[in-house]
Design a protein around this ligand. Structure first.
Ligand SMILES: Nc1ncnc2c1ncn2[C@@H]1O[C@H](COP(=O)(O)OP(=O)(O)OP(=O)(O)O)[C@@H](O)[C@H]1O
Ligand SMILES: [Mg+2]
Length: 242
């Protein structure tokens, strides 16, 4: 379970982005985090994984209260897929990038290979295994960055725009895979169609605060609410005039 209570976060330049934000997510729940550009989604995710530290408030992950001293232990429980995949890939090959965290855990090379083969097959990207990560296309980088975290099997994963840059088929495979993995997921996204398909619940951020939350279908079909938060209906619910 992920529990955030009265969280406020300020950047070094004094810009206060999150203001007294509280929310909780049950084990195994898939929750969408939506909001206009600058609403504070990435800031919240960075704070959850300990990259930014709260000015005020508490974050609890599976009963462990986040503080400066237990960030290492915390990072074993919570994984993050960054908004920019270049922040995630730094080894010379895709295989080594995905193996990195597992090697740090001391897992045998045989088990690592087994896990990597499985995850790459599920995502339909087996062919990329021996490529160098920096030569990948934007979408390939994105899906490999996701694989580096999924393979670690943390109990909570936070995703920052996981479907951006993905072609429709790869996006579909990702949705399918995310639907079938048991982790607790918090997914910041502008892909409201994905949120509608994938998420149990949706939290709407506006100006660093929770503006609304509820069942994904209720929130994502509420045009008035979405517009108040600077958003629009998912594409699948918009009437397109050609
Ligand atoms: N390093 C920083 N220093 C100061 N302000 C920052 C910093 N990083 C982000 N901000 C500000 O914090 C606010 C929230 O940014 P954040 O990246 O969390 O938004 P977001 O909801 O993820 O937006 P997007 O949909 O564009 O990804 C923005 O107004 C941004 O300018
Ligand atoms: Mg962001």
């Amino acid at each position: 379970m992920l529990k955030i209570d009265n969280l406020s976060v300020k950047y070094q330049d004094g810009n206060q982005v999150l203001r007294g934000l509280s929310l909780s997510i049950e084990n195994g729940e898939t929750v969408g985090l939506i909001g206009a550009n600058g609403a504070g989604k990435s800031t919240l995710l960075m704070t959850l994984v300990g990259i930014l530290l709260p000015l005020e408030g508490t974050i609890e992950i599976d009963g462990l209260l986040q503080d400066k001293k237990n960030l290492r232990e915390l990072r074993e429980r919570i994984g993050v897929v960054f908004q920019n995949p270049d922040d995630q890939l730094f080894m010379s090959s895709v295989y080594d990038d995905i193996a990195f965290g597992l090697r740090n855990y001391g897992m045998s090379e045989e088990n690592i290979k087994h896990k990597i083969d499985y995850i790459m097959k599920e995502l339909g990207v087996e062919k990329l295994q021996n490529m160098s990560s920096h030569k990948l296309s934007g979408g390939e980088k994105r899906i490999i960055a996701i694989a580096t975290i999924l393979v670690m099997e943390p109990s909570v994963i936070v995703f920052d725009e996981p479907s951006s840059f993905l072609d429709p088929k790869t996006r579909r495979r990702l949705i399918h895979l995310l639907r079938n993995v048991p982790m607790t997921k918090l997914i910041a996204t502008h892909d409201l169609d994905m949120a509608l398909e994938l998420c149990d619940r949706v939290i709407v951020l506006k100006d660093g605060q929770v503006y609304a939350q509820g069942n994904a279908k209720d929130i994502l079909t509420n045009q008035k609410l979405l517009e108040e938060a600077g958003l629009e209906l998912p594409f699948c619910l918009q009437r397109i005039e050609l």
